[in-house]
Design a protein around this ligand. Structure first.
Ligand code: AMP
Length: 289
């Protein structure tokens, strides 16, 4: 497995793979890798000849400077994990390599990118689209893998790819976005790089988020959307140290809020919770139907 830092080397490697008719899978990450990331990489290794994993803490998607500064960085351990899974190439560039000048491109896919995380983290999805579109243009992958942990992110990226496709971008026509299920700890907490920032006491209460979501699915069979939403929010807020920022029950395809279980074919609940005094912001989601 090779670790490269420069865009020109990445492009040269990709050209060589293409010449050999290799099918390329891309897994974009911000590093501090865990088994959630590993599941994406394993799937890519299975489904492609070549798997490229990017490890880059993208500054343009952080709306909070403190969050960017404290984001864990563990490149050496990440590379060891990736080598063990069978990744072909790790692309770990510097900020200057990706943004030699400021990226002034603006992406807008409302309402997909304006609700929930889009509303509470202004500019977040614009930054995500900036980095992910650059990676797509550098690598022109056949498949790109994203975790359903970031449920809204997948919808935004799909909208972005559809937009590029409508502008006849060849890379967008080739590309399939592959959503992958959430990997959880045994106690239900969704794996996240940010979990390493939790104190022992915070880590102990964090599983209550998934517990409430899972219980709300059973509850939803005999209650309205509004009652189900209130049940989940109250259960989490009743735990000392947890505070729900938002909980939205939405059409899984359009991300628009639903008011009845009959409003959409697929319905997802998407939550963000502040955990502890710092606080650490944790996201999760669950499928109702
Ligand atoms: P990140 O490094 O947090 O930007 O995540 C990189 C990719 O891994 C994204 O597509 C995430 O959705 C995915 N991911 C992160 N945590 C998990 C998890 N617990 N289960 C599945 N995928 C995940």
């Amino acid at each position: 497995m090779e670790v490269i830092n420069s865009v020109s080397t990445l492009k040269a490697k990709v050209s060589a793979f293409r010449k050999d008719n290799k099918q390329i899978g891309l897994v974009p990450t911000m590093g501090a890798l865990h088994n959630g990331h590993a599941s994406l990489v394993s799937r890519s290794v299975k489904e492609n000849d070549v798997t490229i994993v990017s490890v880059f803490v993208n500054p343009t998607q952080f709306n909070d400077k403190n969050d960017l500064e404290k984001y864990p960085r563990t490149l050496e351990a990440d590379c060891a994990l990736l080598e063990g899974i069978g990744a072909t190439l790790v692309f770990a560039p510097t900020v200057e390599e990706i943004y030699p000048e400021p990226d002034t491109r603006s992406f807008s896919y409302a309402p997909t990118d304006s609700v929930m995380e889009g509303a509470f983290r202004p500019g977040h999805f614009n930054g995500v689209c900036q980095i992910v579109s650059k990676l797509f243009m550098f690598v022109e992958p056949d498949k790109a893998y994203f975790g359903e942990k970031d449920f809204q992110q997948i919808a935004v990226i799909k909208a972005m790819v559809a937009d590029y496709r409508s502008q006849n971008a060849e890379w967008a026509k080739r590309l399939t976005i592959c959503p992958c299920p959430i990997v959880r700890e045994n106690d239900g907490l969704a794996l996240s790089s940010r979990n390493t920032l939790l104190t022992a006491a915070e880590r102990a209460i964090a599983p209550n988020i998934y517990k409430a979501l899972a219980e709300s699915v059973t509850f939803s069979k005999s209650h309205s959307v509004e009652e189900t939403k209130a049940m989940a929010v109250n259960a989490i807020n009743s735990v000392n140290g947890l505070e729900v920022q938002y909980y939205e029950i939405v059409n899984a395809d359009t991300l628009q809020s639903v008011t009845s279980w009959d409003d959409a074919e697929h319905i997802q609940g998407c939550i963000t919770v502040f955990c502890g005094a710092t606080p650490i912001r944790l996201i999760d989601n669950i499928n109702y139907k």
